[in-house]
Design a protein around this ligand. Structure first.
Ligand code: NA7
Length: 531
């Protein structure tokens, strides 16, 4: 048996940071990860075209250490999956983390022992770990969703999920490939697959408002400027509402004339990237009338780019722009002008079933050698339900969350003492700068553990009922926006039978201020036990 102060599940951005910080505090700590390498989400999601939808360091990188970049140069403005993974590998070496990371090691069913105030854990390697604290850094998008399409298990060609992409190279050349799903993963993969495959059929349920990523190589002087201005850029992230490197407009879209708006949107479109949502106007995600103006602009772009009128009709989105995860792309709409690409609109032509070598839709059979599921994840909560810890009184998480996902601060779960989540449900997670959020949440957990040690405390957990006030806090932040009008994975709508509950905290910096306030008030809303 190994006895630890802290067991961390996950060795991506969040887990590695927590490991680094906690080792620095003199705690005995190890991280466990089922993957074959460090990198978390970036280890699993190695599908063609995968990249960050965000500028590189200091923004999408560890911001706590400029030195981590001393011998690492980012090569593209929005890095590829391979580049991010290589950065995280570099960080694992540079911070000397590997000796405390156990890879290819899964953890399920950990159990809190109320007598010892410790988590008892059996790993897939048969080791028994006893740890006072369990830190879950499992990633918000881990539990890959394979939809229950009739016959899917009969498919005998190559079958891949973007979120579980194989290590070995996948060859598309000469093959008839089908892609189901047009979220970020599908839209990143489709242009690359189309350029290599014999034929590509895209099965689309919801058309998307994709914006050009505007990705390009990072010039040496641009990278040097990022290093020279590190502190200023880092400070700007702390000021920006969502830790983003964008200038936020202070102007309503409704204050401008249609011609003025067209000019503003065109400038943003040419510039590329997620800027458009924040820098064009301040009410695009708050006011439907403002949202309609940008939605119509993008529909206009789709009409301009795609040549076949029937395909255009299938591609025109009609939900409130930005209320599903905003997608940016590298040549997505242009792909539909290729002769080897066909688009099936599943809303009009639904899938009946999958056979050994085809997808059968209402209109007929689509023969395939390979099927790529770009069908997303049981986001935010799926990994926790698979972990299914046992808390106080033998309560299983699946039972605690049977009717509603309940947390306090998105960091802890009622009835599960000494278990912390990073990027958990009801935290900002995917709607804040994720590496920065991971650092802040990791720091908060470190401070909490230090507080417990200094006060001779053995266990900490949410006080009775605080989860209800927290759920209201999450709902309030969302209700000021247009997000709750749309079915999305933010609200559990992508998974059959999942609670319909908005589980991302939209408070941005205010959320992190709230975390600090709770700590400053002596961990308000928590109850503790002496060691
Ligand atoms: P997403 O954004 O959840 O996209 C999944 C896509 O798969 C989306 O187009 C779904 O359509 C589609 N989907 C899901 N289930 C089905 C079924 N049963 N039939 C047809 N189509 C289906 O996941 P991604 O991996 O693309 O992106 C996840 C995040 O990773 C992304 O937001 C970034 O943060 C990085 P729907 O829209 O539900 O109609």
């Amino acid at each position: 048996m190994k006895t630890l102060d802290v067991a961390i599940i996950g060795a991506g951005f969040a887990g590695m940071y927590a490991l680094h910080r906690m080792r620095g505090m003199g705690l005995s700590v190890r991280a466990f990860d089922g993957a074959g390498g460090v990198g978390g989400t970036w280890w699993w999601n190695r599908y063609p075209g995968a990249r960050v939808d965000f500028p590189s360091a200091p923004y999408y990188a560890y911001s706590f250490s400029k030195e981590l970049n001393d011998d690492f140069v980012w090569k593209e403005t929005q890095p590829t999956q391979a580049e991010v993974l290589s950065y995280l590998d570099h960080c694992a070496d540079k911070l000397d983390l590997r000796s405390d990371i156990e890879l290819e090691t899964w953890i399920y069913d950990p159990r809190f022992d109320e007598e010892t105030q410790r988590w008892e854990i059996e790993t897939s390697r048969g080791d028994h770990i006893s740890a006072q604290f369990l830190v879950c850094a499992m990633g918000s998008l881990f539990d890959a969703n394979t939809p229950p399409i009739p016959g899917i298990e009969d498919f005998s060609g190559e079958l891949y999920h973007t979120g579980r992409w194989p290590q070995d190279e996948v060859i598309f050349a000469g093959k008839r490939v089908g892609v189901i799903g047009t979220g970020s993963s599908g839209i990143q993969a489709i242009p690359v697959i189309a350029s290599e495959a014999g034929h590509l059929t895209v099965f689309q349920r919801t058309p998307q408002y994709s914006i050009p990523a505007g990705n390009r190589p990072l010039e040496a002087e641009e990278w040097q400027a990022a290093i020279d201005e590190w502190d200023e850029r880092r400070a700007a992230m702390d000021e920006s509402p969502f830790g983003l490197p964008y200038k936020f407009s202070e102007r309503s879209a409704l204050e401008d004339t249609p011609d003025q708006r067209q000019k503003v949107y065109e400038e943003q479109w040419q510039r590329g990237g997620l800027h458009m949502l924040f820098s064009a106007y301040n009410d695009l995600l708050l006011d439907k009338r403002a949202n309609d103006t940008i939605a119509e602009f993008i529909r206009g772009k789709i009409r301009e780019i795609v040549k076949d009128p029937e395909t255009v009709e299938k591609l025109l989105p009609d939900y409130l722009l930005g209320t599903k995860r905003q997608v940016i792309d590298n040549g997505y709409f242009e792909t539909y002008n290729r002769d080897n690409v066909a688009l099936v609109d599943l809303r009009k032509d639904p899938i009946h079933r999958i056979t050994a070598d085809s997808v059968i839709t209402e209109s007929g059979e689509h023969p395939l050698d390979m099927l790529v599921l770009a069908t997303g994840f049981d986001a935010l909560t799926g990994a926790y339900l698979k972990l299914n810890p046992t808390g106080r009184g033998g309560a299983r998480l699946a039972n605690t969350w049977r009717d509603r996902f309940s947390t306090y601060l998105g960091m802890v779960i009622p009835g599960f003492p000494n278990l912390f989540m990073i990027h958990g449900p009801q935290s900002p997670s995917v709607l804040f700068n994720m590496p920065l959020g991971a650092e802040r949440e990791g720091d908060w957990i470190c401070d909490c553990i230090r507080h417990m040690r200094e006060n001779d405390l053995g266990a900490i957990e949410p006080a009775e009922g605080v989860e209800e006030a927290w759920a209201e806090n999450v709902d309030q932040a969302a209700s000021a926006t247009l997000f709750h009008n749309t079915d999305s994975w933010y609200s559990g709508a992508n998974i059959e039978g999942k609670h319909r509950q908005f589980i991302v905290h939209l408070g941005g910096q205010q959320y992190f201020q709230h975390l600090r306030d709770v700590a400053d008030a002596g961990y308000e809303g928590f109850v503790t036990e002496k060691a």
